[in-house]
Design a protein around this ligand. Sequence first.
Ligand code: GLU
Length: 419
Amino acid sequence: MESLTSGPLYKNVMESLDHAASIINCDPNVLVRLRQPRRAMIFSIPVRMDDYKVKVFTGYRVQYSSSLGPFKGGIRYHQDVNLSEVAGLAALMTFKTSLLNLPLGGAKGGVRVNPGELSRTEKQSLTRRFTTELGPFIGPQEDIPAPDMGTDAQTMAWMMDTYSQQKGFAQPGVVTGKPVDIGGSLGRVSSTGHGVIHVADRACQFRKMEFKDCTVAIQGFGNVGQHAADLAYQKGAKVIAVSDVSGGLFNGDGLDIPELIKYVNEQKVVKGFPGAQVISNDELLELEVDVLAPCALDGVINEHNMKDIKAKIVVEGANGPTTKKAADYLAAQNTLIVPDILANGGGVIVSYFEWVQDVQNYYWDIEQVEHNMKKTILKAFDRVATFAEEEKVDFRSAAMAVSVRHLEKAMLLRGLYPR
Ligand code: GLU
């Protein structure tokens, strides 16, 4: 049996939780509960591949906490997905929704598969069977999945359709991040990346810097990285480096982001884009920039490279990109780390708006979505900044402390059942 709690990400999140709990003097009965998910599920997902042979994939859903509302969190397709990683990410979702003051709990799901190796038909079969297995445990009032790494709006459309087929009528509120034509929200696709930049801008103000005068490096050029780069460019900042699995690009005068996005839409990777020097992913992280936004995998800033990180501000677009040890080291060097549960919260904020729109059958215009997302994420930023200044702690500890304090209140008010 796979271990739930032994993975590096889970341990890392628990270390941050314990530290935050000590700062706010959290009730030990609350803490002991918060250190374990409510439930964790492992599914076998048989899929008939294009060669007609059946392959069995392993899927997971960890429903971490529902103290604040229905479980909420993405579904990840990646070859390294495992139970403990999904549990760590589910815990992070719990702290994210709490910090953002959304009436939602935290969950995460995943399938151990390289989505790049699946045909469209295979991906659809996998998604539909996984949704069927998840069926008894998800629903608009129970648990609402969304996209994450390796999944997108099309994946959510298949999930929504499968769930709805089995209910007998359309159930748009069962997942968020759907295409707009079937009940998705305007602005959901760009929301995480845009949120990263709203937060980066506010972090610059906090440090008495002007975002438009900043140099920016972005690791990861998927959905989050692309939209972050795009908004940073629109705001006038110089995006001097980006990278993806194919490697990195550097141009000290600033990359032409609209052209690069067009290039990546056609070529699928940043490699080969003209007018830029080739660098590695590691070199990108170590550039002397004002703002570094790691928007790819977890654990990329760690004890091995922390001493080489030169960015003034690190905005965590990915989930868990900085280990606790590296975060503590960098905070001591006066690097401002805006943690994942705040920095990448734009996605789940607009997911919440999408769910509200689905439940009400009343859809908002893009201005309303973007205005409310920005307001929500910046309010959370200000709560964290105030706590950090008052308690003289770093942003990462402050974000976790504000989140845990809200969860603690809710859990104590609801009490333990049966006693
Ligand atoms: N997967 C995204 C995250 O990690 C979004 C989750 C959601 O929208 O429910 O925050």
